[in-house]
Design a protein around this ligand. Structure first.
Ligand SMILES: [Mn+2]
Length: 284
């Protein structure tokens, strides 16, 4: 045991409350009625609570209750917002406002991207307030937590606090143009893929601006990043020379999902692989 309290992370739930509860119980973090069992641990959700699955508002309710109970018991449950959480807010707050999106209004765009009508009916003001106050980014145990493997966060500030403040203001505003721009950008993904030119550099850049030694994100189902069959995705995927961890198990497509426990990072900086190979093979 090190000095840090344990950090657990859960990826994009997309309305699959049964799956979430199963994993909370299996990991010993929560009961089926959202009682916290994680002690002083931290559990973070990477956003995208709603859409594409049967009970998005049920997921929000569960996470809100778990959060409250954890706080009362010395633990912590945190959550980021994802693009689908922004989407359902626009569908509720400005349904008929015009967008540059595929269907031309916030409601129809949200619906086209997997919005579920019953979620919109169940979404109450306390859910809306909760979503509007979620951060975009968090720094925990030297990990940078972000929903998307994307660069657009940098359009909202040079520091983590600045990005969170700018986006928080946006989520409380009625400037539909700004919401539209955010949603248009939020489809960005796969930017830390080391097989693409600049992938490692972009991850390093994001870490240099926002802090942390490693990025943990959701948003892009792992099988779409590493090409493995969805049925084999049962754990987090560390890539980008150790700079990034994808925790999106593709639950909405039928993936098993998982709780990721982030191990304590070694004190030295992440080593680049080429240096290791040179050390292991002296003189070739
Ligand atoms: Mn997403």
């Amino acid at each position: 045991m090190g000095s840090e309290t344990p950090l657990f992370v859960f990826g994009d739930v997309h309305g699959h409350l049964d799956n979430l509860i199963r994993h909370m119980r299996y990991a010993g973090l929560g009961t089926s009625n959202a009682q916290w069992k994680g002690g002083d641990a931290q559990l973070w959700f990477m956003g995208d609570f709603t859409d594409r699955g049967p009970d998005g508002v049920g997921v929000i309710d569960y996470v809100m209750r778990l959060q409250k109970d954890a706080a009362a018991k010395g633990g912590r449950v945190g959550a980021l917002f994802g693009n689908h959480d922004v989407g359902i807010l626009t569908a509720r707050l400005f349904p008929t406002a015009r967008t540059g999106g595929p269907e031309g209004t916030f409601y129809s765009d949200w619906f086209a991207y997997g919005g579920v009508s019953s979620d919109l009916e169940k979404l109450q003001s306390h859910h809306i307030e909760w979503l509007q106050n979620l951060p975009a980014l968090a720094l925990v145990n030297n990990r940078l937590l972000m929903h998307a493997d994307a660069m657009f966060y940098l359009n909202y500030g040079d520091t983590l606090d600045q990005v969170n403040a700018t986006m928080r203001e946006l989520l409380h505003s009625r400037e539909t143009k700004h919401w539209d721009v955010l949603l248009a950008q939020a489809g960005e993904r796969l930017r830390f893929d080391e097989r693409k030119a600049g992938g490692v550099m972009r991850a390093s850049q994001v870490l240099a601006y926002f802090g942390g030694r490693q990025i943990i994100h959701g948003h892009t189902p792992i099988h779409k990043l590493n090409g493995e069959p969805l049925q084999r995705i049962t754990r987090a995927y560390t890539y980008c020379e150790g700079r990034a961890v994808d925790v999106d198990g593709g639950i909405y497509e039928g993936g098993a999902g998982f709780v990721y426990e982030a191990p304590e990072l070694a004190p030295e900086p992440v080593m680049d692989n080429s240096a290791k190979i040179v050390q292991q093979n002296p003189r070739g």
